[in-house]
Design a protein around this ligand. Structure first.
Ligand SMILES: C[S@@+](CC[C@H](N)C(=O)[O-])C[C@H]1O[C@@H](n2cnc3c(N)ncnc32)[C@H](O)[C@@H]1O
Length: 340
């Protein structure tokens, strides 16, 4: 049982203490990212003294930081004091690597203070019907935000297109498509497919820039659309909705999924990729925390379970509904087909 070292042992404080100070680990990780410590280690500044010099923090602070990072298993120390990055750090936190995702890892850091006053926030007011964190979005904010989502979304989109075959499809609508990652990857994989990124007005120019940067502007367009309020385009045989599920409550999702069903061409398919908790609502923790986060921007959102999502699709009329783990512990994909 949790909090005990075995079923018969008395509970101890190990787990509680680790969780209570989890933000210390966040602080250590953010310091390493800000100092580009992982990049410096990769470039040979791989001892306490060398990292202290290269990062401009001195040997004492370098030792403190490296001890913390080693304790978190983000770096490995050899017996003679040479540090190397762990495999995930090497892939995602060394600058100039294709997978670099430092922006994504830190993009919620300005909410740190709000998490510290979560109880107060939850007592303050009833949830509104706002779009949550997107309500006051500016183009500048959208640019910063989608530098983060692009850094992680391109990899997720490539994975999606490895797992889902759209070779017989003609046109995708991507609801809340953000940087356009899913559409860009579709267009580069399928020479005849067209796609439309639907997102809030400040995001549209940002999406267009990413699409242009990837040379896909001839087949991927972007259009302003609040998918909770505006009509959806016709003529699409694929709908993708990725990573915006917990912003919304059950009635909004139920109505949205029906609207998507109605807009899709007969025989079309819908992929809801979202932060879903298990049906017993006993985790995983990441989707549950996305749901809790929604108290901060005061949206109506919360975590949805997998079976709730299957229900939205079934109630709308989708058939052959299936569930696939997408990003373990974080994102689940629920897919359904509109009858032909
Ligand atoms: C976390 S981002 C995900 C972007 C993209 N789907 C991806 O996975 O890379 C969530 C996106 O949903 C968009 N979004 C949220 N609510 C929306 C709404 N009501 N209408 C249109 N877009 C919305 C946001 O503006 C944002 O671009």
């Amino acid at each position: 049982m949790s909090g005990k070292t075995s079923d018969t042992a008395r509970p101890d404080t190990t787990r509680l203490q680790r969780t209570a100070k989890a933000y210390w680990e966040t602080g250590a990780l953010f310091a390493a990212i800000d100092l580009e410590a992982f990049t410096l280690i990769d470039r040979g500044h791989d001892t306490v003294a060398k990292l202290g010099d290269a990062a401009g923090i001195g040997a004492l602070n370098a030792e403190r930081l490296l001890d913390a990072l080693a304790g978190m298993e983000l770096v490995h120390r050899s017996p003679d004091g040479i540090y190397t990055n762990a495999a995930d750090v090497d892939r995602f936190l060394v600058k100039d690597r294709r997978g670099y995702a430092g922006e994504w890892m830190t993009f919620m850091r300005e909410k740190w203070g709000d998490w510290n006053r979560m109880a107060e926030i939850m007592r303050e007011a009833d949830p509104g019907d706002r779009l949550g964190m997107y309500e006051d979005l500016t183009e500048e904010g959208a640019r910063k935000y989608h530098a983060a989502t692009y850094s992680i979304g391109m990899g997720a989109a490539r994975k999606f297109h490895r797992e889902v075959d759209l070779s017989n499809r003609r046109k995708i609508m991507d609801l809340g498509g953000g940087s356009g990652a899913y559409c860009i990857n579709a267009a580069s994989k399928y020479p005849d497919i067209a796609a439309i990124v639907l997102d809030l007005p400040p995001v549209v120019p940002v999406a267009r820039d990413y699409v242009a940067e990837n040379g896909m502007s001839d087949r991927v367009t972007a259009k302003a659309c609040d998918f909770t309020a505006d009509p959806l385009p016709g003529g699409c045989d694929v709908a993708i909705q990725a990573s915006n599920l917990p912003i919304y409550d059950r009635p909004v999702m139920r109505a949205l999924v029906k609207k998507i069903f109605d807009a899709l061409e007969p025989g079309g398919e819908y992929h809801l990729i979202g932060e879903m908790v298990n049906n017993d609502r006993m985790g995983p923790i990441a989707p549950a925390l996305w749901g809790l986060y929604e108290a901060i921007p005061r949206s109506v959102g919360h975590a949805h379970s997998i079976e709730e999502c299957e229900g939205y699709l079934a109630d709308a009329g989708f058939e052959r509904i299936s569930v696939a783990e997408f990003i373990p512990g974080t994102l689940t994909r629920v897919t359904g087909y509109k009858p032909g």
